[in-house]
Structures are given as structure tokens and as C-alpha cells.
Design a binder for this molecule. Sequence first.
Ligand SMILES: Nc1ncnc2c1ncn2[C@@H]1O[C@H](COP(=O)(O)OP(=O)(O)O)[C@@H](O)[C@H]1O
Ligand SMILES: [Mg+2]
Length: 280
Amino acid sequence: MASEAPSEAPKESEEEDVQRSGREILRVEGVRKAFRKRVVLHDFNLSVCEGENLAILGKSGSGKSVLLRIVTGLLEPDEGRVLLWGQDTTGFREEDWWPLLRRMGMVFQSCALFDSMSVTENVAFPLHERRSLPEREVHRITEERLEWVGLAGIGHLRPSELSGGMRRRVAIARTLAADPEFVLYDEPTTGLDPITGRKIASLMRDMDKKLKSTSILVTHDIDCARTVSTRWAYLAGGRVLADGSPDSFFASPHPEVREFLLGEESAQDLPGMDLEEGPR
Ligand SMILES: Nc1ncnc2c1ncn2[C@@H]1O[C@H](COP(=O)(O)OP(=O)(O)O)[C@@H](O)[C@H]1O
Ligand SMILES: [Mg+2]
């Protein structure tokens, strides 16, 4: 049974605006990460519960991608620990990560699609890699995921034949193919024109709802964060400076948060450019 929210208790922090009833999926405790003398994360703490859709906002270079790489075991923290589904990953070897990574999905800015494969083969890739499913089932799931992202009928094309927005859709379809419980998006709208960016954000929101997944969206796109995430955290100086509902952010007393929100809002009024990466 879900515990009742302590409605009588006085509000201690902005975080209370956010419903946090699910079990903890991710816990980052006292993490420090430095590259040579540059300290990127410092006594960093974060907890994400089941069903939460969290956006991590912050300026470029603030350590958002480093955090995602630590959470997925691609980088090891210098200090502190990362728990996933309650499991402490400290000292994990590569193969120890595999069962956890199977439950997670990642969408990178670059999309990381295989240009030598068709769209269908790209989407089917995690299914071949992770499970021994009959070919007919792989085909069914692949077609279904492409339909979910609005790309039915283009499975025979190569990623290089697609626009930037379509490639993001394929990357999302591929991530969703393996039914992840916890999805991490790293700047999924960066480099897209504003209209395409909005469509991708709506797609992510719809997918989170449909699959009831837990997600972390790393972005500096306020519009995207507003569409996708109900809880926001602002990363600065190596730690979470503010954590709460989007509304609490717009009323934030932190000058840096305000400056960031204002800067991004006005940047979004500027005419956009599709900075799509060409085929490599
Ligand atoms: N492998 C690395 N080696 C050295 N410095 C790195 C490495 N990865 C990230 N950094 C530095 O860490 C800081 C944070 O990077 P990053 O997490 O990518 O920022 P962002 O918030 O834009 O995603 C940057 O100053 C970056 O140069
Ligand atoms: Mg980044």
C-alpha cells in the first residue's frame, strides 16, 4: 500500500512538491569526480524513485554527461557510490553491470546509430544482443516500436538517409525495443530545429506515460524539460543546486537558476537551425 503524504507537515524544501512514492531506482551518494585538477562532481547526491521523470538542467560543461556516464558504469567515481535498484555498484566489474544495464535504456545526442545497418536492423539490435527471441517476435517488436515513434514503413532505409529528427526517433525506438524500466536521455533535442525538438519532446513524454518508465533527461532545453519532466534538478558547482517542481524553479531564489532560465527562454525565441550531424 502506498504511504500517505504527510500533508500536515510544514514544507521543508521545494522537493516536497514532487510526489515520491515509488521505490528508489537510483541513488547517488557523495560522488566526487575530477579530471586532473578539474573537479566536475563534488559531494554529489541524487535519488530517483520509480515512475519519476527527472530533468537535470545545467550549463554546458557542468557535468551532466559525466553524471550519466557514472550512473551507467562508463566512468568510475573517485569517491562515493551509486546504487541501482538498491544494489551498490561500487567495485563492479564490467560483467556485473550487464544485468543492470539490461533494465536501462540510453538515448544519446549523437544517436549512435549504425550507418551500415538499416533502420530495422538498428532497432532490432538490442533484441539480438540481449535476448534469444524467435525472429518473428523480433520483427513484431521492431515494427511496433517504429510505429510508436511514427516511423512505420521506413525500416528499409539507412540512418544516413534520414533527417536529424527521424534519427532521434530511430534512436528512441531502438532504446524502447528492449523495454527499459529506466531511460536516460542525454540532450535529445540538441541540434534539432525548435519544431522538431518539440515533437521529439512530446514523443518522449508520450512514451514515458505509455511505458510508465522512470527517466532522467539531461538537457539545457527548458522547453523539452517542461514537456517531459515533472521534477527538475539544477546542476552547478558539482552538485544539485535546486531540486523541485518546474513551478518551484520559476520562483527560485537562486540567481544562477534564474539566470539560466532567463537565458534559455530568450535563446529559444531565436530562429533555430538544424545543426544535424551529417553521415560519418
Ligand atoms: N574524459 C574526460 N577527460 C577530461 N575531462 C572531461 C572528460 N569528460 C568530461 N570532462 C570535463 O568534465 C566537465 C563536464 O563535462 P560534461 O559532463 O560533458 O558536461 P555537460 O554538462 O555539458 O554534459 C567538462 O569540463 C569536460 O571538459
Ligand atoms: Mg553533455
